[in-house]
Design a protein. Structure first.
Length: 288
């Protein structure tokens, strides 16, 4: 099939993709944007079905393998749209476009779809407002081997391009579910999870409580933290020691601290095996 090379900003496919930056258009179409080599590769590696691919060879980073992404999207039946550099730069939401942008369907996983192992580690993100924070939480969750992230009472659309970007594509590697808080609490209790909440008023430090077994770490809004509903649902309340003038941490930073304390304990308990250095993927060449 001949692929039409798009050189006009007025092309309807370009206009449609640009509109997907808006939540209303994403909700109406059921589609989202995945931009950048790393993000596209991780989406495809985790079975994400591309519907369209816009690409521009002139903007490739060159030290990666962009043609492989193009080939895979073509073989998966995506509509293929090579673009001129000015057109792709209009289409892109990144400051430095990398010449690859997938349009694909929303993620639609539900709580009932989760198949959690023994000693599962879950993150509950309640009413996180900033896409960058939610994306960073997903990135830390991937690094810590989290088995699911449950987004409750969402303020941020998980399909926001900035969530995809801040997560560096790990939105597709960690099972992410949207649910109401009551539904999530019932789900976790039915499966024997210990719910952990952080509060500066807790007596216990985060490193002094057991974080092995089925544990759900709940984190809340940037300004106010968790609501009373989650604080009351928590079996354990902990605080992260603050030794300076700041009285709080960024929610993504606090989540990372809690997750890697859980990782430390799980390694010591033999529940987690750390892969050898040679198993590392070596992505520092395009790390953020």
């Amino acid at each position: 099939m001949t692929e039409l090379h798009i050189t006009s900003l007025a092309n309807p496919k370009i206009k449609h993709a640009v509109k997907l930056r808006q939540r209303s258009h994403r909700d109406e179409s059921g589609q989202m944007l995945v931009e950048g080599y790393r993000e596209c590769k991780r989406a495809l590696d985790n079975g994400y079905p591309p519907q369209m691919l816009f690409y521009c060879e002139a903007l490739y980073l060159k030290n990666l393998n962009e043609p492989e992404i193009v080939r895979r999207c073509r073989e998966l039946g995506a509509e293929m749209y090579p673009c001129s550099a000015p057109v792709f730069e209009k289409l892109a939401y990144r400051e430095r476009p990398e010449g690859l942008l997938i349009v694909g369907p929303h993620l639609s996983r539900k709580l009932a779809d989760l198949h959690l192992p023994a000693h599962a580690l879950v993150v509950v993100a309640e009413a996180i407002e900033k896409p960058g924070n939610l994306g960073t939480i997903l990135r830390s969750a991937d690094a810590a081997g989290v088995h699911a992230v449950i987004v409750c009472d969402r303020c941020t659309d998980i399909h926001n391009p900035n969530v995809v970007r801040a997560s560096t594509g790990t939105l597709f590697s960690v099972p992410v579910v949207e649910a109401e808080s009551d539904e999530a609490i019932a789900f976790l209790r039915a499966r024997g999870f210990c719910i952990l909440a952080t509060t500066p008023h807790a007596e216990s430090l985060h490193c002094d409580v057991p974080l092995t077994g089925n544990v759900a770490i709940a984190v809340g809004t940037e300004q106010y933290g968790l609501t009373e509903k989650w604080m009351n649902a928590a079996e354990r309340r902990v605080r992260i020691p603050m030794l300076g003038l700041a009285d709080s941490l960024n929610v993504a930073s606090a989540t990372t601290i809690l997750l890697f304390e859980a990782v430390r304990q799980r390694i010591a308990a033999g529940q987690v095996t750390v892969p050898p250095p040679e198993a590392w993927h070596g992505e520092e060449a395009f790390d953020a």
